[in-house]
Write a protein that binds this ligand. Sequence first.
Ligand code: BTN
Length: 254
Amino acid sequence: MNIIVNETHYIGKNLIIFKSLTSTNDYAKELISKSTPKNGSVILTEEQTAGRGQAGNEWHAEPNQNITCSIILDTSTLEVNQQFILNMLVAIAVRQTIHEFIADKDSSFCIKWPNDIMVNSKKIAGILIENSIQGNYLQYSILGIGINVNQQAFSKEIQATSISLENNLEMDMIEIFKKLLLNIENVYANIYNKDYIQQEYLKHLFWKDELKTFHYNNEIISAKIVGINDFGQLLLQYNNDIIPINNKEIKYII
Ligand code: BTN
């Protein structure tokens, strides 16, 4: 595969492509530990043999059918407590990319907290951000992104879809990949505009302001997502209380 990224200023100018890797995030980590990669370096692979998801989960993607990449960003001007802004920003850009490539705009295009992208309530993309930290500041961030592009079948338990399945059409993966890099670069330009990022994120937040069913504290509960706090915790209105929730403390019953 040979890809030249002309559309961006810095993201993807240094693009390293592999046929197979264990995980693009792992490779990016190794690169950072051994060298000083250029800001915006991207690692892309046709196949991942040990793809990682959030909270220690695995990420499975059929070879040559999906985008699996990691972007290395110099985030040394960001304070550690701004980490969730980065999460929101990447989710916004990935959602926007998927929206651009799915023909039926009546579909729902949502961000499921913290950063899964859902189309018509099915997962279409996942994001794993890993940061290195120095004092109160971030140093590097690895934005690991998996987008289901041309995969046609998923195991029943995960309720997933792909851009191709939604469109009933084989998609040009390289075109989507280049657009993804451009969208991330453009959205990242707003990194210091927290209000804008929060607004965009909340506008597309899955199940926001709807009474829904969740698995929480070994119980099935009816509750409402009302927002996100500055630590990136989900705010759930339940029994007249607002409860801040950490990742994996809650399961959506879809
Ligand atoms: C999730 O939804 O749990 C996050 C999935 C993130 C998957 C991507 S694929 C490219 C990058 N490399 C990895 O090992 N994981 C991320």
